[in-house]
Design a protein around this ligand. Structure first.
Ligand code: AMP
Ligand code: ZN
Length: 112
């Protein structure tokens, strides 16, 4: 499958990995929008949040749990944001579900 995040998860494309286990990979975004900008990606190919099924509930809980764990490890004591862009209007550009973990500066609200 021609999926960039599957290739990153399979190490066919290099990335700066900050956390990995059997279910997920967390790596640095290529174009960081904040001092800390990580992508949390399940190794299973799921196109978008719309394609999540009941059997993925534990996986997505695991993603949130590790997001908080890594935020602590990165010293984001003042807070951070975890974002999923879903579909065209949501600004999703890569068709493999992922969460952005952003922090290290005060983030604006609402997003554009
Ligand atoms: P989204 O727009 O929510 O689909 O997010 C896709 C993100 O993937 C963007 O923030 C890109 O900068 C990032 N990205 C695309 N290709 C790579 C890559 N090869 N390594 C790391 N991040 C990437
Ligand atoms: Zn994929």
């Amino acid at each position: 499958m021609d999926c960039i995040f599957c290739k990153i998860a399979n190490k066919e494309i290099p990335s700066t990995v900050v956390y990995e286990d059997e279910k997920i990979l967390i790596f640095e975004d290529l174009e960081p929008q904040a001092p800390v900008h990580l992508l949390i990606v399940p190794k299973k190919h799921i196109e978008s949040l719309n394609d999540m099924t009941e059997e993925d509930i534990e996986l997505f809980g695991h993603i949130m749990h590790k997001a908080a764990f890594i935020a602590k490890e990165k010293g984001l004591t003042k807070g951070y944001r975890v974002v999923n862009n879903c579909g065209v209007d949501g600004g999703q550009t890569v068709g493999h579900v992922h969460y952005h973990l952003l922090g290290g500066r005060e983030l604006q609200w609402p997003p554009g």
